[in-house]
Design a protein around this ligand. Structure first.
Ligand code: MN3
Length: 207
């Protein structure tokens, strides 16, 4: 797995059928093998002619977009963001009824910062449903462990200088149209049952 140029299409950490019936294998094939793969290829194409940038990780590139050559800033923002967002999204999902829970530390932070798990999910849902057009909703933490909800448009990422994204919800129609058509709220409710809180907790504790 390359952590620098040329970036690889990261394999799914489960089979294409694992997330059924919440997300069908057809959705995962299109979403991972076609959509995500296009972001990887376009990111590599943008960086190809800039060997001085080949030593940087994806996070380093995304944190320094304004310092990149102007001609590739938009391509790195859109495609690098696309790779980052999809790696996070796919890595924090698991099978139906996996029955994972936030760790003791993460649960304590959730109760401190939102009141309860249910209130946190409610705020995340508002962000996901309220995002007009295409984009993402996230649970993020700062370095001190304070949690918050945020949302971005298109393939933008949260400000990685200030926060570590713990999980994200893809609200582009390609993420849910085959399974839910235009019913974004139904997709959100079902997707939340697939969140791998073991992985989210690990990211939180290693922030
Ligand atoms: Mn997507």
């Amino acid at each position: 797995m390359n952590t620098v140029y040329p970036f690889d299409l990261k394999e799914l950490p489960y089979s294409y059928e694992t997330l059924e019936p919440v997300l069908g294998s057809e959705t995962l094939h299109f979403h991972h093998d076609k959509h995500m793969n296009t972001y990887v290829n376009n990111l590599n194409a943008a960086l190809e002619s800039y060997p001085e940038l080949h030593k940087y990780s994806l996070c380093e590139l995304l944190k320094n977009i304004e310092n990149l050559p102007q001609s590739i800033q938009t391509a790195v923002r859109n495609n690098g963001g696309g790779v980052y967002n999809h790696e996070l999204y796919f890595s924090t999902l698991t099978r139906v009824n996996a029955n994972t829970h936030p760790s003791v530390l993460l649960q304590a932070a959730i109760e401190r910062d939102f009141g309860s798990y249910e209130e946190m999910i409610g705020k995340l849902k508002q962000a996901a449903i309220g995002r007009f057009g295409s984009g993402w909703a996230y649970i993020v933490t700062d370095q001190e462990g304070n949690l918050s909800i945020c949302s971005t448009q298109n393939q933008d990422v949260p400000n990685l200088e200030n926060v570590v994204p713990l999980m994200t919800v893809d609200v582009w129609e390609h993420a849910y149209y085959l399974d839910y058509q235009n019913r974004r709220p139904d997709y959100f409710d079902a997707l939340i049952t697939l969140i791998n809180w073991d992985i989210v907790s690990k990211t939180y504790e290693e922030r």
